[in-house]
Design a protein around this ligand. Structure first.
Ligand SMILES: [Zn+2]
Length: 143
């Protein structure tokens, strides 16, 4: 018996393949699901990944680099606000990217099943956004 790639149930028997992203390239990947409902969820999710993976990567890169202009402003003005904004923008943009495009690694997807992996990934994104907001809020209360 195989496990359902979507909900992790043990008695999965519906096999199908979908063209989707695996690491750095698109491949035909074999999936096994327990029901037509799970199969449909996997097909919809992989279609969403295929459509949005470029936006996800661009947002992650933007988020990772977004601290740079604020650090430059900070070093020329010495205003703490810019230091805080550098932290906020990085946390918030990366958190937003992960929440909007909850694309976990293939390892995470296969150990939790897509359904749970998406929930966990979205929760991590929300936590990062909340952390960014908390940093801004603390700064405006204390600063
Ligand atoms: Zn299932």
């Amino acid at each position: 018996m195989s496990k359902c790639v979507n909900c992790n149930r043990e008695d999965a028997a519906i096999k199908f393949s979908v063209l989707t992203w695996r690491g750095s390239s698109k491949e035909n990947v074999e999936f096994t699901c327990c029901s037509e409902e799970c199969k449909k969820e996997v097909e919809d999710f992989t279609a969403y990944v295929n459509k949005n993976v470029a936006k996800f990567i661009i947002l992650i890169i933007l988020g990772s680099l977004s601290f740079i202009p604020f650090i430059i402003l900070y070093s020329s003005t010495k205003k703490d606000l810019y230091g805080i904004l550098s932290l906020f923008s990085t946390l918030f943009i990366i958190g937003f990217a992960i929440f909007k495009y909850p694309f976990a690694t293939p390892q995470t997807n296969s150990s939790f099943g897509f359904r749970k992996a998406v929930k966990i990934t979205k929760a991590i994104g929300l936590c990062l956004m909340a952390l960014g907001i908390a940093v801004m809020a603390l700064f405006s209360i204390l600063g």
